[in-house]
Design a protein around this ligand. Sequence first.
Ligand code: BV8
Length: 245
Amino acid sequence: MSGDNIQHNIQKARELIAGAANICVLTGAGISQESGVPTFRGEDGLWRQYRAEELATPEAFYKDPKLVWEWYDSRREIISKAKPNPAHYALAELEEKTPAFSLITQNIDGLHRLAGSKNIVEIHGNIWQTRCTLTGVVEENHDVPLKELPPKCAETGELARPNVVWFGEMIPAAVIDQCLNFIESCELMLIIGTSALVQPAASMGVAAKQRGKPVIELNLDPTPNTGFYDISLQGKAGEILPQIV
Ligand code: BV8
């Protein structure tokens, strides 16, 4: 994308954002990349010889809970050292100055909350929470490293799992409804740092377009949805987002 085209699109995006009283934002792993958190499908996305899709499943967990927890333990270690980057802070600032603002994130790293964002829906869960496999009780657990692998529920002593949504698992219907309400009521949608490959998140921008909402995409690489949107900015979120909010 040529320089002046980027500047033109940045100016257009800035105007759309300034004029919107209700903004819905969807983020993916790309917004945390500049904080040092590996993305899922980038070259840093592998762990040992496994791909995320192989480990982030109920089958993988019940086959070898220790292996899957070792993967989460290593990610918790990385994320515990990660700080929000200018892109996270830019969204927190945008929320402050926008009358209505909603943030839907696919990320489980908790960096949006650390940066000061408030109205957040973590549609894929949170890496700092465990869930009892017997009772479903959710506990906060910030131990780095985990005291035992796999961790047990403090209440029941049963096997605990990460409180995240794995591939093949449903996102709770109430959470989906909340996201659709945000999309329905927004005047503008921003989609930042996602490869638009994972459903149902990948359909949210299309849903916004189908409801007549302008959509701005900001991503390092083009995605399957890029042609759909009103503005597609190609570049680093930490560099571009502070320029447009
Ligand atoms: C569901 C939590 C109903 C765990 C995650 C066949 C069988 C079974 C299921 C399916 C199937 N086919 C389709 C499905 C549905 C499946 C799916 O979509 N699969 C895909 C892979 C084909 N979805 C599900 O299973 C969902 N549930 O649909 O239930 C159902 C049930 C059964 C069967 C059918 C339907 C649940 C999906 C949730 C999975 N959990 N995470 C964990 O984190 O451990 S998803 C995981 O991927 C992360 O949350 C991640 O955020 C998310 C999406 O990836 P991205 O965020 O986009 O990250 P990625 O690395 O891909 O891309 C990063 C982008 O950033 C890149 O484009 C890059 O260019 C850009 N970038 C990099 N650096 C920067 C940058 N951009 C800006 N600045 C930078 N600096």
